[in-house]
Design a protein around this ligand. Structure first.
Ligand code: ARG
Length: 590
């Protein structure tokens, strides 16, 4: 099904053609003067040059060509210097909405050719606690993925665990210092290693920061950690087995956290997954003459003449032969290309990693690791700040852990939901979690990803304003009207028939609903969940204005009442679909 703008542009195009002009001039946009008209067409302005004619003359002729009996336009007015102001017929909107309700995905057009995207987001690090930065990657990545899938793209989501770098060497070094007698450190041990890990996830969370601090103060300790990293990458027995234990415990914890966030992955791969591809890849890079030794390290030049800033060479192997973040990222591209042949590989990380991805992408192209036609995309997001404008911290100034943040926002929501006497006590916890998720995710996603935002618990959990709870509250209101209608013996909402709208607020709501496909397409093309957020917020506002102007259930005209029920039911479906793409859902009550 064509988008609404597509359809009315076509109608305008026919009028241009009838008047003797190029139909492509008929492009219609939403009015930027809603006080004057609903839509506008600036084709006469654009055509003036081409036809050597005053724009208002063209506009006059086109307006006349539309005629009185148009099925689409209630009015087409030509205004100086040559704009066309357009209003739609109620019956046209009714027809369009009925079609939307019938069609799959509300008539959103699917791509002619299916494309496959590998998405790399989440990116938690083994043995390091998840922090709010990881929240952004998970929440934004998940939304972009769901939007892409809704738009008919195939997506493989890969969490890409940070599990192979120096941080692992640090953790293992610290374990060696604390528990030198662990069998993993005994070179003469040749039995099988114990099933249970000698530490818990909380131990690990404490160990990494301690080790990292020590390595900065003590050069010998640092050298030991580097050496251990190298031995791990060689998969030395004992060290590698200990790594497996650390990995297992960490991943189990990460899985819990992401399940809590309703974020899921098809692949739980990581840096370690591609370790064995590195030697072959490095050989190829050398053979092709791309990689050379500089100050002991193996590097690839990636600067280009047109660069306006310095892009330093990519370091592929350190002088001790150890692989780096860049190396595993390149080998991961190799792995993904050979296994999945994707049309695009798409990364969501902190925008401070931008240079890293410029280097990786260039090196991958230069060394022929990626086919020319495969796209590489990096979406960088901004920092989560506290109300003081500085990176978000706990009250005592520590790094804010994701699990703490989720727990805090749940507690806050629980408090609010408890104060509603209509909610049964056994339901409160679940509803609070559901609303908390909306508060958290919408608070993040409603900002353009690349911008920093302020984490404001009070604002995010408010039932009023541009917040997740406000959206859910509006949806709960619609659900309650639909429920009461049925309880009073009304028809099933699906059997109610939409007829032409009655008032101004209803028309605004209808027009916003009709925009769904346009918005969904744009949110996908621009990888912009905030566009979807803005739409959902607008739709909720439009519904609430309509709701306050009409007494829906008390309406005496049965046909009109049923039409409103049909309208509400479609609005609710649009909202439910939209928020599910954003990664949250609405309860029945709150
Ligand atoms: N583990 C990284 C971090 O915490 C993010 C990984 C992003 N993905 C990638 N392919 N580099 O910053």
């Amino acid at each position: 099904m064509q988008t609404l703008l597509g359809r009315i542009s076509e109608e305008m195009g026919r009028a241009f053609e009838k008047a003797g002009y190029d139909p492509s001039l008929g492009t219609v946009t939403v009015s930027n003067r809603p006080d004057l008209c609903e839509y506008q067409c600036n084709g006469a302005m654009a055509g003036a040059k081409q036809y050597h004619k005053a724009p208002f003359m063209i506009a006059d002729e086109v307006a006349a060509a539309v005629g009185e009996d148009s099925e689409v336009f209630a009015s087409v007015t030509s205004v100086k210097p040559g704009f066309l102001n357009l209003d739609l017929k109620d019956s046209f909107l009714t027809g369009y909405l009925r079609e939307m309700a019938r069609e799959e995905k509300f008539g959103l057009e699917m791509p002619a050719k299916r494309t496959l995207k590998v998405m790399d987001y989440g990116g938690p690090n083994v043995a390091k606690p998840l922090h709010v930065g990881h929240l952004r990657s998970a929440v934004i990545g998940e939304a972009i993925k769901r939007i892409a899938k809704y738009n008919g793209e195939e997506v493989i989501a890969d969490i890409h665990m940070g599990d192979w770098g120096l941080q692992m060497g640090l953790v293992i070094t610290e374990l060696r210092h604390r528990f030198p007698d662990l069998v993993y450190f005994d070179p003469s041990f040749d039995g099988s290693y114990p099933e249970d890990a000698p530490f818990t996830v909380s131990d690990l969370e404490e160990i990494y920061p301690a080790a990292s601090k020590k390595s900065k103060e003590d050069p010998e300790y640092y050298a030991e950690a580097m050496e251990t990293t190298k031995r791990l990458q060689e998969k030395e027995r004992g060290i590698y087995d200990l790594w497996k234990k650390i990995y297992e415990i960490s991943v189990a914890d990460v899985k819990r956290n992401y399940a809590d966030l309703d974020v899921d992955f098809d692949l739980w791969n990581g840096e370690a997954t591609v370790n064995d591809l590195i030697p072959g890849m490095v050989e190829e890079m050398k053979r092709g003459g791309y990689a050379y030794t500089s100050e002991g390290a193996l590097v690839v030049d990636v600067s280009e003449e047109s660069d306006s800033r310095e892009i330093p060479p990519c370091i592929i192997l350190k002088s001790d032969g150890a692989a780096l973040y860049t190396t595993t990222d390149l080998a991961t591209i190799l792995d993904r290309v050979s296994k999945y042949h994707p049309d695009e590989i798409f990364y969501v990380t902190d925008k401070r990693q931008e240079l890293h991805f410029v280097q990786v992408f260039r090196a991958a192209r230069k060394c022929g690791i990626i086919p020319e036609e495969t796209k590489l995309t990096h979406v960088g997001f901004g920092t989560v700040n506290g109300k003081d404008g500085k990176p978000f911290k706990t009250r005592d100034g520590g790094v804010m852990r994701l699990s703490t943040l989720i727990a805090d926002i749940r507690a806050e929501m629980l408090e609010k939901i408890r104060s509603n006497p209509e909610i049964a006590p056994e339901e409160t916890e679940e509803i609070a979690s559901q609303v908390a998720m909306a508060a958290l995710k919408y608070g993040d996603l409603s900002n353009q990803a690349s911008k920093d935002y302020i984490f404001d618990m009070e604002k995010f959990t408010s039932f009023e304003g541009d917040t997740g709870p406000y959206l859910l509250y509006t949806m709960v209101r619609i659900k309650s009207i639909l429920r009461r209608f049925e309880e009073a013996g009304g028809k099933r909402a699906a059997d109610c028939v939409l007829i032409d709208g009655a008032g101004a607020s209803e028309k605004v709501l209808r027009r916003t609903m009709c925009r769904f496909s346009e918005m969904m397409k744009a949110a996908h093309q621009e990888s912009a969940p905030h566009r979807l957020c803005a739409y959902v917020y607008e739709l909720c506002n439009d519904f609430n204005s309509f709701y306050h102007e009409n007494r829906i259930l008390a309406e005496k005209d049965e046909a009109l009442k049923e039409s409103w029920i049909a309208l509400l039911s479609l609005a609710l479906s649009l909202l439910e679909t939209s928020i599910s793409c954003l990664g949250f859902s609405a309860p029945e009550r709150m």
